[in-house]
Design a protein around this ligand. Structure first.
Ligand code: ATP
Ligand code: MG
Length: 271
């Protein structure tokens, strides 16, 4: 079984410049858009089957962290990739700007109790990484404070792994030009207006600062046990296919098993 994941995985101590990776790439795709989309049906079925086993096994858990620039497609990815998976085995948590109570605690406080429990797949739409991204870009805390968080994050994730969590971190990589198109579409299409925030334009002004923040954060925290995958995401069909590959290869490797029946069922008769 080939391992496509390596194509997108950022190795520990990698020197690659994330921003320079091609966000329009379709490398490794099974064909063009139509072919890739047709392939995704079977991939989704397999994802659903593996999720059911994970749930039945009821011990380990999978945490999927999604990060991206605005319009990067976190929402679309969740919608398309997990379509078909039993919602009972999924938890999706969107992390917004912290409340006062959350700010009164350490940055991982609000994150930890949202991590997936036994048998679950947890999806983080934004995450603790905001605390080294937006927080850094807008200087919400001093540099020595956010810089120390790389180590806190590595230790936190190691703790989750030791407690039976497999961690997959995905950065949906779009270009500045693609973001411009998508923001314009949000303005032009009345049904997408609700997604538009004037603040998105201000954030866009900080594009180079965000790229620097992503680049350093990803490299500082892509470990063997909690790797980052940088998925070219300008083409939505490729993004969905690639994310499905990463999740499937991760779950195949986990190889969750249906538990043995607790009782001897061979003599049980249903009347
Ligand atoms: P969409 O991508 O669909 O627009 P969203 O995730 O951007 O959804 P919004 O409510 O638009 O949702 O934005 C949430 C905002 O909260 C983002 O700007 C994000 O950077 C910010 N945020 C998240 N976590 C933190 C944090 N720890 N500190 C400061 N800001 C944060
Ligand atoms: Mg937003």
């Amino acid at each position: 079984m080939g391992d496509d994941r390596d194509r997108w995985r950022i190795k520990p101590k990698s020197r690659v410049s994330i921003d320079r990776l091609d966000s329009r790439s379709t490398a490794g795709a099974p064909g063009d858009k139509t072919v890739a989309q047709a392939t995704c049906g079977a991939l989704r079925d397999e994802l659903a089957a593996l999720q059911e086993r994970l749930y039945a096994e009821g011990e380990r858990k999978l945490l999927v962290v999604l990060q991206a620039m605005d319009t990067g497609g976190k929402g679309g990815t969740i919608k398309h990739v997990f379509r078909g998976v039993n919602p009972a085995g999924l938890s999706v948590v969107a992390f917004k700007a912290p409340t006062q109570e959350e700010l009164d605690h350490d940055f991982l406080w609000r994150i930890h109790h949202k991590t997936p429990g036994a048998g679950m797949i947890g999806i983080f739409d934004r995450s603790h990484y905001e605390d080294v991204l937006i927080v850094r870009v807008h200087e919400l805390v001093p540099e020595d404070v956010w810089r120390a968080r790389y180590e806190h994050i590595r230790a936190f994730e190691r703790n989750l792994v030791d407690a039976g969590t497999t961690i997959v971190k995905i950065y949906l990589h779009i270009s500045e030009e693609e973001q411009s198109k998508r923001l314009q579409a949000r303005l032009d299409n009345p049904e997408k207006n609700w997604k538009f925030r004037a603040g998105d334009l201000e954030e866009r002004q900080c594009w180079p600062d965000y790229m620097a923040a992503f680049d350093e954060a990803i490299k500082a925290t892509s470990t063997a046990e909690a790797p980052w995958y940088v998925i070219p995401a300008d083409r939505k069909w490729y993004r969905d296919w690639a994310v499905l590959q990463v999740l499937l290869e991760t779950l195949r490797e986990m190889d969750p098993q249906f538990p043995e029946a607790v009782e001897d069922l061979s003599r049980v008769v249903v009347e």
